[in-house]
Design a protein around this ligand. Sequence first.
Ligand code: HEM
Ligand code: ISQ
Length: 154
Amino acid sequence: CGFGEREVALVRSSWDRLMQNIPHYSIRFFTSIVEIAPVSKDMFSFLRDSDEIPLNSPQLEAHAVKVFKMTYESAIQLQEKGEVVIEDSTLKHLGFVHVKKGVLEPHFEVLKGALLNIIKEAMREKWSEDMNNAWSTSFDELATAIKREMTFSV
Ligand code: HEM
Ligand code: ISQ
């Protein structure tokens, strides 16, 4: 409902913008998460050992890209299939990793807030409520699939 080509185009345009400067936006993404929820810093293997968010960390960038990319792909699936479909083994793996790292339900809202902040920051005058809603819906559908796989469920 309400997810069509226009929404996908909104998500795609901001995804393109993020990809133009991954080192910058990935650091902004993690900084935003750690600002909102300082405890999450110790969850990430590549953040735990330093006081600052590391610059030039391939691991940090790769993780940020994964979240951006999976959310973007969820938008495409919502348009094409009306739901987010993730391969079973991938979903099982993601559920397992997040439970093992101690991720809890409220952390997903933190991550969502940080993601939406970055989109707004990256898009500046091109940002719109509709764009925000398109990212928000894609993230929620993706997060629901992962949470369903985690023990606390939804
Ligand atoms: C790891 C995606 C939500 C914390 C990962 C990995 C992916 C991923 C693809 C790598 C798995 C691997 O190592 O094979 C996502 C997506 C999310 C999400 C798509 C939401 C839609 C969260 C939340 C938190 C979180 C809410 C907590 C703040 C972590 C941590 C790791 C991880 C701590 C392990 C990083 C390390 O290697 O040290 N996530 N994640 N994730 N995620 Fe998430
Ligand atoms: C959660 N899981 C995987 C990667 C991430 C990158 C940035 C912020 C949160 C994340």
